[in-house]
Write a protein that binds this ligand. Structure first.
Ligand code: T46
Length: 144
């Protein structure tokens, strides 16, 4: 069963005098064990990345600096999220097509992932993605 994407408000400590610290914890704030962390940086504003889905990988995305728009598409509907604060994270489950748009120069996208890098988990063809969504939907509809 697919779980749905959602914004998570990150815990925050500190004060304006000395600055703030935000954090999240595996299995507590993020519903999976974190096996990999990566980040995307030095990206000019206006850049579009992503354009793929993952078969099984689940991820948690946050933007500690700048502003990035995420368009998530489950093959039936699209949702837009803006990551523009270090206090916000976005959980993205499996089987979701994602496009990321850099709204400001040098915005940093950080990602915690449920598994190690594996190119065979990527679906990079939108037609194939839609075919897999229809197949999964058909199987679900016909479950006894
Ligand atoms: C995702 C979004 C949010 C690696 O070798 N190891 C890694 O851990 C990752 C993440 C990527 N790569 C290689 C694969 C490509 O040759 O780095 C290259 C760039 O990856 P890609 O074009 O997939 O980058 P984005 O920004 O489109 O997507 C990335 C993640 O790949 C993807 O899982 O969900 O960020």
């Amino acid at each position: 069963m697919k779980d749905s994407d959602s914004i998570v408000e990150l815990k925050k400590t500190g004060s304006a005098d000395v600055g703030f610290l935000s954090f999240f914890e595996s299995q507590r704030d993020v519903p999976f064990e974190i096996k990999r962390v990566y980040y995307i940086y030095d990206v000019p504003a206006g850049t579009k990345r992503g354009m793929h889905a993952h078969r099984k990988l689940r991820q948690f995305l946050w933007c500690p600096y700048g502003a990035i728009k995420l368009v998530l598409d489950n093959g039936i509907e699209k949702k837009e999220y803006i990551l523009d604060s270090p206090e916000k994270g976005l959980y993205v489950g499996e089987g979701v097509w994602r496009d990321m748009y850099w709204l400001k120069d040098n915005s940093v996208l950080c990602v915690a992932a449920s598994d190690y890098y594996d190119e065979s988990d990527y679906i990079r063809d939108y037609g194939e993605f839609l075919r897999l969504v229809r197949e999964a939907y058909w199987k679900d509809e016909n479950k006894l």
